[in-house]
Design a protein around this ligand. Structure first.
Ligand SMILES: [Zn+2]
Ligand SMILES: [Zn+2]
Ligand SMILES: [Zn+2]
Length: 172
């Protein structure tokens, strides 16, 4: 389940990035200073993509749940995996897995190599049943990270994500 789980986790982060990017595009389009003549069609496209991505995220959650309930409880690798994900740094609450991937993010053109600080912002929040506190989910850049797309100046959709018309119809 190891590689498959990490793959599924990566898809989840990329979908959250895509949703954030869509929100940014929608806000930009709806901004008063935006003079795009195809505004309405573009906004419609974005909303359609948003619904599609939310559905894909729900499917991702279902798959993640299945993987976690099938997860073996013992074994050296499993213990390392759990430690990486459960051990959180006390001040910022990010996982060891996040900490370990900082360099990889910067080296592959992600936000960690710039001063924008995107990777330090949480992608999602939920209530942690173990302590009743708000838990935050952090992730490093994927091909869907809006800030990276703007910095690169082009958009190449992630292959493992649902197909999208973003980029073809949307001018940000
Ligand atoms: Zn950034
Ligand atoms: Zn980024
Ligand atoms: Zn990063």
């Amino acid at each position: 389940m190891d590689a498959y789980y990490i793959n599924e986790e990566t898809i989840g982060i990329a979908l959250l990035h895509r949703l954030q990017h869509l929100k940014h595009l929608e806000d930009t389009l709806l901004g008063a200073e935006n003079k795009n003549r195809n505004k309405e069609t573009d906004v419609e496209n974005i909303r359609r993509e948003t619904v599609k991505s939310r559905e894909a995220f729900a499917i991702h959650h279902r798959e993640l749940r299945r993987l976690l309930s099938d997860k073996p409880v013992n074994g050296k690798w499993i213990r390392a995996f759990d430690l990486d994900r459960r051990n959180k740094y006390p001040v910022h609450g990010r996982t060891a897995a996040w900490w370990n991937d900082r360099k990889k993010c910067a080296e592959t053109g992600g936000c960690f190599g710039r001063l924008c600080g995107c990777c330090e912002k949480s992608l999602r929040e939920y209530l942690d049943p173990e302590n009743g506190m708000t838990a935050k989910l952090y992730g490093h850049c994927s091909l869907e990270c809006g800030c990276c797309i703007r910095s690169r100046g082009c958009y190449v959709p992630g292959k493992r994500l649902p197909s999208t018309t973003l980029g073809k119809h949307v001018r940000s």
